[in-house]
Design a protein around this ligand. Structure first.
Ligand SMILES: C[S@@+](CC[C@H](N)C(=O)[O-])C[C@H]1O[C@@H](n2cnc3c(N)ncnc32)[C@H](O)[C@@H]1O
Length: 280
């Protein structure tokens, strides 16, 4: 990953409309006491993927996550999914992310909801995971890997840190057919995507790195509606986004996200959920 790509992703998340202040403000507006927060107060605001805790529960059910497991959340953002899994299933979760502001926000939010005995966060790159081999029972990822140019290094690292027999369960943005150059360049410049995979190329990489694909589900239909609503949600955050990051960043993000959503509506982009087991 080039330094420019890395800086681009980090800036994107440093100036993202969904952030720690926004999550806390929304929880407070719903009547939660900031001095006595629980993960239930945060769960509707701290999940930066499509479909919230409902789809996370479905992913966790498919991966059969239980209290005996140590889960690695690859590209954990502000840690919403990591906290929800720990809260719901009483499992240990380690989140990994390379945007320091996200890692620090994840740690603070986790401390606030008193889950830091189960959840911790590591600052690092998913293509060079700074963790030992064969240590995690389950590995998850949600709507993050589209940013990672070297998908082979990503899947190789995911397979390395997973225990033999362990499960990798993720959802991600995929291309439905090859993207024309201008669309690809615009997505890369505005949404910090890089070499968006197809579902088939993910399946091939998993098999190559010793993980047998157990399920591959097309999420494109349900994601179209979710993404259209997400664009409306980001627009509803206009005032706070402008106050925090300025009018030009709001406009830049709105322009980028409108185009991104348009790619789903036009069937250029879609979503996939994949489940694979590391061959023992
Ligand atoms: C859309 S957020 C998803 C967060 C989380 N999965 C969730 O559902 O709330 C994507 C995250 O991926 C992280 N990311 C992107 N590329 C990465 C990389 N190469 N290594 C680690 N984290 C990365 C970003 O910093 C960002 O926090």
């Amino acid at each position: 990953m080039s330094e420019a790509q890395k800086t681009g992703v980090i800036r994107f998340y440093d100036t993202h409309p969904i952030n720690e202040d926004e999550i806390l403000a929304k929880a407070a507006a719903c009547g939660a006491s900031l001095d006595a927060l629980t993960q239930v107060d945060l769960k509707d605001f701290d999940q930066d993927h499509y479909g919230g805790t409902e789809v996370l529960d479905a992913l966790a059910d498919a991966a059969k996550i239980g209290s005996e497991h140590h889960v690695l959340d690859v590209c954990s953002g502000m840690g919403g999914p990591s906290r929800w899994l720990a809260y719901q299933r009483n499992c240990r979760v380690t989140g990994l992310d390379f945007t320091l502001s996200r890692v620090e926000a994840a740690r603070r939010l986790t401390h606030r909801v008193r889950l830091d005995h189960l959840v911790d966060f590591v600052h690092g790159d998913a293509t060079a995971i700074p963790l030992p081999s064969s240590c995690y029972d389950i590995l998850i990822g949600q709507e993050s890997w589209l940013h990672i140019p070297d998908k082979a290094a990503l899947i190789s690292e995911c397979a390395r840190v997973l225990k033999p027999g362990g499960t990798i369960a993720f959802t991600d943005v995929v291309m439905r057919s090859s993207l024309d150059q201008s669309t690809e360049e615009r997505l890369a410049a505005e949404m910090q995507t890089a070499n968006i995979a197809s579902a088939e190329s993910y399946a091939a990489l998993l098999e190559k790195h010793g993980c047998a694909v157990a399920a591959q589900d097309d999420l494109t239909g349900e994601w179209k509606d979710i993404l259209v609503k997400r664009l409306e949600m980001y627009r509803s955050l206009r005032d706070t986004t402008v106050t925090k990051f300025g009018e030009s960043r709001y406009q830049e993000y709105d322009n980028a996200y409108s185009h991104f959503v348009g790619c789903f509506v036009a069937n250029k982009l879609g979503g996939v959920r994949m489940l694979a087991r590391k061959v023992a």
